[in-house]
Design a protein around this ligand. Structure first.
Ligand code: ATP
Ligand code: MG
Length: 382
């Protein structure tokens, strides 16, 4: 007899010919997630199991964060031949609980002498007799004792919800513009959840922004990597570009021009990384650079799609998500980000593309971009 974890995953993406591919990806991501708690991960009869872990709670925490995992149950694996022992174990697991219960049974080993209704009846009766403070409610029970007869017998009561989504890397790759704010980590999470692998770009304005601001962004990337696995963060020196824009372009357009440079550089790095799209944390109307016209001005300079999954969300909704995925606290640390340093007093909210294009002719854009890319530092997180 031993403790293991039963991992359940969504069925939707498991239909058809891609099934083995998705399953293999998912299994490998779970292996990566538990690698330093020594979990052994294996697949059998369309299920994923984890055993031999040093710390079960930590193992559950990690596995429930893997995209594609619907739920995880701590379970007891035991021999199935002695049904009396199975019932005794079920009763032992129910003993600490209060309220109502029912037993569910599944028998994939069709040679097992008891069928599912018999298992439910017998085990339910046994629990009722041996744990008298529990009562049965088949419609809306507080607890469900799940008994599965497979190669072994598996008993589980507790079920921890997983993050759901699709296995990482089954839907291409995208490059996240990661600031130190609340929105961009949430945006990255939402796209990654659909199976999209991430890389990140961060623009750093040293010495206007501190080393600690950079560390904060790397910590945000690390928090995301708990879901998406290991990834690269490109830390791009952005001070020179900002200084030049500040000196040579009309003040009310500086933010937008700066954002256009961010997009251009991100696209270059994305191509280099084999990514097919960019992701930002923008939301309509949140700030001057996120009006409809402003978004049009940033879209104009890149050829690849820009995903903005927070686009229709209120700040409070984005905050709720950030809390849920665990990035809010780090995002709320006070270190300045590069946008706030050069923020104009009266940014254009209805910018004109022809004005911006003209203003940009004051800059040697290509040289600025080349220099920024040449000075880029690549950090691996996760
Ligand atoms: P966030 O909370 O994500 O910082 P925000 O509300 O502060 O967003 P902006 O500062 O206008 O909004 O940035 C909009 C988006 O541009 C961010 O969500 C992010 O994707 C990207 N971005 C902004 N600053 C940076 C930066 N320094 N490095 C990388 N990406 C950035
Ligand atoms: Mg920001």
């Amino acid at each position: 007899m031993r403790e293991i974890l039963l991992v359940r995953f969504g069925e939707v993406f498991l239909k058809g010919q891609n099934r083995p591919y998705f399953m293999k990806k998912l299994t490998n991501h779970i292996k990566d997630a538990v690698r330093d708690v020594q979990g052994r991960v294996w697949m059998s009869e369309g299920r994923i199991y984890v055993s031999d872990f040093t710390d079960m709670q930590e193992c559950i925490r990690r596995v429930t964060k893997v995209f594609g995992v619907h739920s995880v149950s701590p379970a007891i694996e035991m021999e199935k031949d002695d049904f009396e022992a199975v019932c005794a174990q079920a009763a032992k697991m129910m003993e600490p609980l209060t309220g109502t219960f029912k037993v569910l049974a599944r028998r994939s080993d069709k040679r097992y002498p008891l069928d599912s209704p018999a298992i439910m009846r017998e085990a339910g009766g046994y629990i009722l007799t041996h744990v008298p403070h529990l009562t049965v409610d088949v419609n809306n029970p507080d607890h469900v004792m799940m008994i599965e007869m497979r190669d072994h017998c598996y008993l589980s009561v507790e079920r921890v919800e997983g993050v759901q989504g699709m296995p990482m890397g089954t839907n291409g790759k995208a490059c996240l513009l990661l600031s130190g704010g609340i929105d961009s980590p949430v945006a990255g999470f939402m796209i990654a959840k659909r199976g999209v692998e991430l890389c990140c770009v961060h623009y750093h304005s040293f010495p206007y922004t501190s080393e600690r601001a950079r560390e904060k962004v790397l910590e945000l990337a690390r928090l995301l990597s708990e879901y998406c696995g290991r990834m690269k963060v490109y830390v791009v020196p952005f001070t020179e570009i900002q200084m030049q824009i500040h000196q040579k372009c009309p003040e009310n357009y500086t933010t937008l021009i700066m954002r256009r440079f961010m997009m251009r550089i991100a696209e270059r790095l994305a191509v280099q990384e084999g990514a097919q799209a960019l992701i930002t944390g923008e939301s309509i109307g949140q700030v001057a650079s996120q009006t409809m016209e402003a978004l049009g001005c940033t879209d104009e300079v890149v050829g690849m799609p820009i995903f903005r999954p927070c686009i229709g969300m209120d700040k409070s909704e984005i905050v709720d998500r950030a809390i849920k995925i665990g990035t809010f606290e780090t995002s709320s640390l006070p270190y300045e980000d590069c946008c706030t340093v050069f923020t104009p007093k009266h940014p254009a909210t209805h910018p004109r593309k022809d004005f911006i294009r003209k203003a940009e002719t004051n800059l040697d854009g290509d040289a600025l971009i080349e220099a920024a890319i040449a000075g880029t530092e690549v950090v691996e997180v996760g």
